[in-house]
Design a protein around this ligand. Structure first.
Ligand code: AMP
Ligand code: GLY
Length: 415
């Protein structure tokens, strides 16, 4: 398993339950993952050497090594690896590539224009009678997207990305697109290049504070399933977005294998793609994984081998799952590290503590990042899953612990 977040801890936990898996190694892993190997996610040669020596089937968690071509490199060495090729990963690594792809394949997304020149971008914004979102083209650790409430905000966003170069070369070109006001949800599928099996639906909570206030983060909590995506909407998203994407990629000569994540905005019952990711969502992965009633390893192997359609349908626990992210105060800006974390022994059975920004030293666990862990629990209803996840979260403590208090409430209020 390549990566060090809560997503990777959750996937490793699930894979380690497979009778076909002897050992899960995690590179570089965190304070909760087993068999950590200290190789950086961007050291592709080091990872390939390790995989070769240890006869590994490799699963790539985060986007950076995918965008750098880890799958192509492993394939050249005949190493089995789950995830999309570098070309397929362009759906995430270049937002402009993804927007052009959606436009030419008639996949629903916000209308947009592309700019390199700040003056032209500003003139364009002034000519519009709707609000916009300004996006840096390249990977910017989830920060290169500025949602604007006025022309002035849009102009300052253009300057931040194109003139001040706050996101470096990722901001050499920008997208200016219509702001779509609606309800946001995550739709993730697993593909072998031909067919795509939907994962359970989920909803993230991207803002730092309750009621979706404050700056965007990597995600402060998630739950699955979400009532926002009912069966008929799921069918529309599956057919008109996911399958259309996989088939159009294939028609363009690119097999998309791996997790395809569509960030969806629903306005007036109609879904629009805000972004693609070419990996599992984090923290969506944690509740989704807890609801899996199948051997995930089989599905990863079938994705790589191109025979997903030969597997039985993926079964899901009917229960809800909720993940509450425990962060360090100050995240997503500056925060302290190296606080000792206690209380793990008091977490009730059944709840899972998926580590993210933690490290282990002398048998103790210390904070080591902004999002520190995701406490995840099942429940017969969304309401009971929320209660179980918060009851478990309260057992964990450290001096700068911070978490949202309203994870899952968006789903309850929708119900
Ligand atoms: P992205 O990284 O493209 O998903 O953008 C980050 C966040 O910005 C999304 O999760 C949305 O909340 C918001 N966002 C992105 N594009 C739009 C849009 N066209 N309209 C409204 N909100 C958007
Ligand atoms: N939770 C949002 C993401 O993984 O991109």
């Amino acid at each position: 398993m390549i990566g060090s977040g809560g997503r990777e801890h959750a996937l490793s936990w699930k894979l380690s339950q497979s009778t076909k898996v002897d050992t899960v190694f995690t590179a570089p892993g965190n304070g909760g993952t087993l068999n950590n190997v200290s190789i950086d996610v961007n050291d592709l040669d080091g990872l390939a050497d390790f995989a070769q020596k240890n006869n590994c089937f490799t699963v790539v968690g985060p986007e950076d090594p995918l965008a750098a071509g880890i799958v192509d490199k492993f394939n050249k060495k005949n190493l089995k690896v789950f995830g999309p090729s570098q070309k397929a990963a362009q759906l995430e690594s270049s937002k402009i590539w993804a927007k052009d792809f959606m436009k030419r394949n008639d996949i629903p997304t916000a209308r947009f224009e592309i700019f390199e020149n700040a003056q032209k971008a500003i003139e364009y914004v002034k000519s519009l009678d709707y609000n916009v979102v300004v996006k840096a083209d390249g990977l910017a650790a989830g920060k290169g997207v500025i949602v604007c409430n006025s022309n002035d905000e849009a102009i300052s966003a253009i300057q931040t990305i194109l003139v001040k170069k706050t996101f470096g070369d990722a901001g050499n070109r920008i997208i200016i697109e219509e702001r779509i006001d609606g309800i946001e949800a995550s739709y993730i599928a697993l593909s072998d290049g031909d067919v795509a099996i939907p994962m359970a639906s989920s909803q993230d909570h991207k803002r730092i504070f309750d009621n979706d206030e404050g700056p965007n983060t990597g995600g402060m909590g998630a739950y699955s399933p979400t009532p926002i995506i009912d069966d008929s909407l799921a069918k529309i998203i599956q057919e008109q977005i996911i399958e259309k994407t996989i088939h159009a990629m294939k028609a363009e000569g690119i097999l998309f294998k791996g997790f395809l994540y569509a960030g969806i905005m629903i306005r007036d019952g109609k879904p629009f793609v805000l972004e693609y990711n070419v990996r599992m969502g984090d923290p969506e992965c944690q509740p989704i994984t807890m609801r899996m009633d199948f051997d995930l390893f089989d599905y990863f192997v079938a994705s790589v081998d191109g025979n997903l359609s030969s597997l039985p349908p993926a079964l899901w626990k009917s229960q809800s799952a909720v993940c509450v992210v425990l962060a360090s105060k100050g995240y997503p800006e500056s925060y302290s590290k190296n606080d000792e974390i206690t209380g793990f022994d008091s977490v009730p059975d059944g709840a899972m503590v998926f580590h993210a920004g933690t490290k282990k030293s002398d048998g103790k666990i210390f904070s080591n990042g902004g999002r520190v862990m995701g406490v995840t629990a099942l429940g017969d209803t969304l309401n009971s899953a929320i209660k179980n996840a918060y009851a478990a979260s309260e057992k964990i403590s450290w001096s700068h612990k911070f978490n949202r208090k309203d994870i899952g409430q968006k789903g309850l209020s929708y119900l």
